[in-house]
Design a protein around this ligand. Structure first.
Ligand code: TXA
Ligand code: MG
Length: 323
């Protein structure tokens, strides 16, 4: 069973012994291991039951730790790092031979980010190697935002969990890469498109399918992902409720209570309409709803399609492909 600890040195010891340790980041908890050793990286895929075509992000604590992993850093990538690192931004950059092919699923590009959570930042600074870490959930399920979420599902598979409280951002990092001169967002996340554009100008919303060098089924490219066990419907309550007649509906919404559904079956993410608060709570509330015995389906209302709302809608849309 995983040991839950708040001690950086305990986490460090576990990782130095080539075992797996979950780590807190500002986005979601990661399931970490030594990124430079294929045999350790293989354990991550196994613990998560993740298909090996889905590559892992490398986490670094400093620019010095990143340098040996990448061949070159395009000027726009540099600008983005200066602005958003440490923070919820992953960059796809050409990898060196130091990065095992298993980490990138055979792609010549590696996803790299520098997390800002103080415990993990400090852990990374003390380690001699970067950490490969996908979100610490079984493949396809909702990402974890507390140590207890990790323990419940992966506690038996891993050696330790570094407990850093609940995640500040609550949704995964934004993944950005480059196609020629173009900056492309492959996964929306904790840094909004508008913020990226503020630094590098126009960006394209892309999928890895549009890039010849990227693994075709990543990132989070799989249609059903981030999904609860209960069927989740995504859209407008007025359109969906008539279709769900006869079912006990649990409503997940941004700020408004829905007429026609008992109040105790509704989860409002932010009464004040604060998108940051709503994002922080999203995955925890989805897990809680998934555990309820008094509802049959989840109806998730669409969020305003800008800022963090774009990333939330992306996750809810994918979660809704589970039925
Ligand atoms: O916020 C985050 O990004 C969290 C925390 C733990 O850092 N990590 C995370 O990892 O969300 P994961 O593995 O659950 O999702 C990362 C996505 C995957 O869908 C993967 O396909 C994509 O990033 N990815 C990673 N490396 C890639 C690469 N070299 N090329 C294309 N996609 C990549
Ligand atoms: Mg994930």
């Amino acid at each position: 069973m995983a040991k839950i600890t708040q001690s950086i040195s305990e986490a460090k010891e576990i990782l130095e012994q080539d075992a797996l340790c979950a780590i807190p980041t500002e986005t979601v908890y990661g399931l970490a291991g030594n990124a430079l050793k294929s045999e350790v990286v293989a354990k991550i895929f196994e613990a998560k039951k993740r298909p090996v075509f889905d590559p892992l992000i490398c986490h670094v604590g400093s620019m010095e730790q990143m340098a040996p992993l990448v061949k070159e850093i395009p000027p726009k990538a540099k600008l983005l790092m200066e602005k958003f690192w440490p923070g919820p931004l992953t960059l796809l950059l050409p990898k060196t031979e130091k990065v095992p092919d298993l980490v990138t699923a055979g792609s010549p590009l590696v996803g790299i980010r520098m997390p800002s959570h103080p415990l993990t930042k400090s852990l990374l600074e003390q380690l001699e190697f970067p950490l490969a870490a996908p979100s610490a959930n079984p493949f396809g399920y909702i990402s974890p935002t507390t140590a207890v979420h990790v323990e419940t599902q992966l506690g038996a598979e891993i050696a330790g969990i570094l407990d850093g409280g609940s995640c500040d951002v609550g949704i995964e990092s934004t993944i950005v890469g480059f196609e020629g001169e173009e900056t492309v967002i492959y996964r929306s996340g904790g840094i909004a498109k508008e913020q990226i554009q503020g630094v590098v100008g126009k960006v394209k919303m892309g999928s890895t399918l549009s890039h010849p060098d990227l693994p075709q089924k990543a990132p989070g490219m799989l249609e059903s992902h981030y999904a609860p066990n209960l069927p989740l419907y995504f859209g407008k309550a007025e359109d969906l409720l008539p279709k769900l007649k006869g079912k006990r509906v649990g409503v997940l919404s941004f700020k408004k209570v829905i007429v026609g559904v008992p109040r105790e079956q509704q989860e409002i993410l932010s009464i004040q309409g604060d998108i940051v608060e709503a994002t922080q709570k999203l995955f925890g509330i989805m897990r809680k709803m998934d555990g309820r015995k008094d509802i049959d389906v989840i109806l998730a209302q669409k969020f305003p399609e800008f800022g963090l709302g774009v990333a939330i809608n992306d996750r809810l849309r994918r979660a809704s492909k589970n039925h």
